[in-house]
Design a protein around this ligand. Structure first.
Ligand code: HEM
Length: 408
């Protein structure tokens, strides 16, 4: 409001041009080219350089990034492939409910759960891992599997500590302080566990697949093959690159879906009327005791609208960044090539010219037939746009839809 829809400012040590108008956002994405560049999260990148670990989707750029996406997109963004995960996602939800029931008893605070966020982080951690490794890691077991628990705790600490380190000048490129070494140890644990899991799968595959049966796999029917075997059989990524990518998928898939669910449950707690409408919609689609799947949630527009409202009001990623390789005019200003452009979705979500009564939660605004919405496709998206948009989008949507349908 103070500086208008285009301005330059700093976040920590880094300087950005901020854009907040859908017309400018559209221009940025139109100019991003074949290899969209976002710029790295520095502490993550420096750790990998220092320890000689491969990058994954979050950190790679240019042709390397394109190669990673061409393998992962097929398995993670194709509707058929993602639909095939419904049963295992439902299994994790069942474990999550059993865990919550026990926690409610243990916590003993009038049926409430202390630290629901932690339980939701476990839910998203188990869900993404059940897709990546085709097995439950065991954080919901009682007692939890110690390796899974250590892995999970490391992921949570990595998020916490990264937030602190990101805002500092990158001294750790040159000086290894105790703080930096402790941070690296957290990553070491994560990498060791991921490497071990990929190795086990690799060995299983080598034992079970002969040269003849390898030829009989039709990789075009990818929905019939598990994620890791698919990636291994395509043979485009070496083992280090597979681990680097699995790591990035896991990092991308934990705090995002968990926090979005946390906010959605908060909205439901505050709005019993929305809760009731949602309940009626779910009851009209599912019989008592029936589990939702990827097809039944398609018949629940109010549920999908609620998730979109939650993403609009309380976005997990308030922005993304693009670095264009040519000069571009944004909001009447010449922005030189290589400038970091901060595409701010969050501000647009509250702009009255795109969303009626933007401070109100209205799931129905996303239902096409009932919408008076002056919707501009670039005025809201939780998952970003273009070839570099969130690769986990379909998985995130499905896991959140299934969880919400079952919670209600
Ligand atoms: C509510 C849930 C989620 C939200 C809101 C979200 C949002 C985003 C956004 C905004 C980006 C940046 C895209 C860009 O720069 O254009 C992104 C990238 C990414 N997300 Fe998600 N995400 C979610 C869930 C997930 C899940 C479940 C996974 C794992 C399966 C995942 C993995 C990734 C990865 C690996 C990237 C980097 C993609 C690339 O650079 O090619 N995300 N996500």
């Amino acid at each position: 409001q103070k500086y208008g829809p285009v301005f330059r400012d700093k976040i920590g040590p880094l300087s950005y041009v901020f854009v907040y108008k859908p017309e400018d956002v559209a221009k940025v994405f139109q100019a991003e080219g074949k290899y969209p560049a976002r710029g790295p999260t520095l502490p993550w990148l420096i750790y990998r350089k220092q320890r000689k670990k491969a990058k994954g989707l979050l950190l790679a750029e240019g042709k390397e990034w394109r190669k990673f996406r061409s393998v992962t997109d097929k398995k993670l963004l194709k509707v058929k492939d993602v639909s095939a995960y419904s049963d295992r996602i439902n299994n994790v939800i069942t474990d999550f409910f059993i865990h919550l029931d026990k926690k409610r008893q243990d916590d003993n605070i009038d049926g409430e759960v202390r630290d629901l966020k932690d339980s939701l982080y476990k839910w998203s951690f188990e869900t993404i891992n059940t897709i990546l490794y085709n097995r439950k890691l065991g954080t919901f077991e009682d007692p939890p599997n110690p390796i899974a628990e250590k892995f999970y705790r490391s992921v949570c600490s990595m998020f916490d500590k990264s937030n602190d380190i990101i805002s500092l000048p990158p001294y750790y490129k040159y000086i290894k302080t105790k703080r930096w070494n402790d941070y690296c140890k957290i990553w070491d644990t994560m990498f060791e566990t991921a490497e071990q899991l990929v190795d086990e799968e690799y060995q299983n595959l080598q034992q079970s697949i002969t040269e003849d049966s390898r030829k009989s796999f039709d990789l075009r029917r990818s929905e019939e093959i598990e994620f890791l075997p698919y990636v291994l059989l395509r043979s485009e990524l070496n083992k280090d690159e597979i681990v680097g990518n699995i790591m990035d998928l896991m990092i991308g898939g934990v705090d995002t879906s968990a926090n979005t669910m946390l906010w959605t449950l908060y909205i439901l707690g505050k709005h019993p009327d929305i809760q009731e409408k949602l309940y009626q919609e779910i009851r009209s689609v599912l019989k008592k005791g029936e589990y939702p799947d990827s097809l039944s949630v398609q018949k629940m527009p109010y549920l999908r609208g609620l998730l979109k409202e939650s993403e609009r009001m309380y976005p997990i990623a308030i922005a993304t960044v693009r670095i264009l390789d040519k000069d571009t005019v944004l909001g009447g200003y010449q922005v030189p090539a290589k400038t970091k452009i901060f595409v701010g979705y969050h501000m647009m979500s509250f702009d009255e010219s795109f969303h009626d009564e933007p401070t109100k939660i209205k799931p129905e605004r996303w239902i096409r037939s009932s919408s008076q919405h002056r919707f501009n496709p670039f005025s809201h998206t939780a998952f970003s746009f273009g070839p570099r948009m969130c690769v986990g989008r379909r998985i995130a949507e499905l896991e959140m839809q299934l969880l919400l349908a079952r919670v209600i």
